[in-house]
Ligand binder design. Structure first.
Ligand SMILES: Cc1ncc(COP(=O)(O)O)c(C=O)c1O
Length: 305
């Protein structure tokens, strides 16, 4: 997915030209994977671009930093304003937004405590991560041979760059084997999540999503989708899932900021009805909610102004 450059990137408090947003090759986090980041989307609404649950994403960035003992030099509110500035500067009606905080240039070695912390926020146009037809046609999933890292190795609750080594290994393995996305099991054999999405499985009219203790990221889309599903009157619970639960699911979907709501059409070549009725209803409502078209979810849309 090649990146389309936009006008400006916010770096440590100022908007710089896209091509000038550079770092030194000896930047600490490049070597040790200790950056924390977010993936956010701005959508076109009738009142101009609005960033979906921007404050919640910036709060999660702060939480990730807290876990990593990284002191962010900007508050949640400052990062919210910086994001609005960069989206406004892009002139785009909708875009993907990537904030990252990282240990900067000046120190080497594994002690991060003396390191400076740099922050940048970029945005660019980015379409549906798993394809435009991911809701209707569905996604072919493979259970990864890679195990999800657990709470005492790499904390999954922190959205760190280093955590994505695990996700990338699984993603590439799945693609090479002819699938589109991977499902990660944790060390106990329970379903955790996908490489960049949370997972929901429907069985006997109930929708189940793995708990954070299974090694999933606390997804913001997961929380939006849970609210939407419950508002429809669907029962949504957190629960442990094993691989055979996936094979006999009545319907299944993934969700994340990049992938939005994507239906699953098979897991390890076992077909799953796709898109199931609950999946289709939730995906449609989510698509409206992010565009400010549903009154009860309007507070999720933070307008750029
Ligand atoms: C590993 C992982 N799980 C879940 C998610 C979904 O999180 P969110 O809905 O907040 O984008 C993401 C996306 O960032 C992710 O990378």
């Amino acid at each position: 997915m090649p990146i389309t450059p936009t006008a400006k990137i916010w770096m440590n408090g100022s908007l710089v030209d896209w091509d000038d947003a550079r770092i030194h090759v000896l930047t600490h986090s490049l070597h040790y994977g200790m950056g924390v980041f977010e993936g956010i989307r701005a959508y076109e609404t009738s009142e101009g671009p609005a960033v979906f649950r921007l404050t919640d994403h910036m709060q999660r960035l702060h939480d990730s930093a807290r876990i990593m003992m990284m002191e962010l030099p900007y508050s949640v509110e400052e990062l919210v304003e910086a994001t609005k500035d960069v989206v406004r500067a892009s002139g785009l009606p909708s875009c993907y937004i990537r904030p990252i905080a990282y240990f900067g240039y000046g120190e080497m070695g594994l002690n991060t405590l003396p390191c400076s912390v740099d922050v940048s926020i970029a945005c660019w146009p980015w379409g549906a991560y798993l394809g435009d037809d991911a809701v209707t046609k569905g996604v072919r999933m493979k259970i990864s041979s890679w195990t999800r890292h657990d709470h005492n190795t790499m904390p999954p609750a922190a959205k760190t760059t280093g955590n994505y080594v695990n996700s990338s290994l699984a993603k590439v393995e799945a693609l090479k084997a002819g699938y589109e996305e991977a499902i990660m099991l944790n060390r106990q054999g329970f379903v955790s999540e996908c490489t960049g999405e949370n997972i929901f499985v429907a069985r006997h009219g109930r929708i189940i999503t793995p708990p954070l203790s299974a090694g999933a990221l606390e997804g913001i889309t997961q929380s939006s989708v849970t609210a939407i599903a419950r508002d429809f009157g669907f029962e949504v619970v957190e629960g442990d899932l094993v691989r055979s639960d996936l094979y006999i699911a009545d319907e299944m979907f993934l969700c994340g900021t990049a992938a939005e709501v994507s239906a699953v059409n098979s897991v390890d070549d076992r077909p799953i009805p796709c898109p199931g009725p609950m999946t289709a209803a939730i995906a449609e409502e989510y698509g409206k909610a992010v565009r400010g078209q549903v009154d009860r979810y309007k507070d999720w849309c933070e307008h750029v102004g």
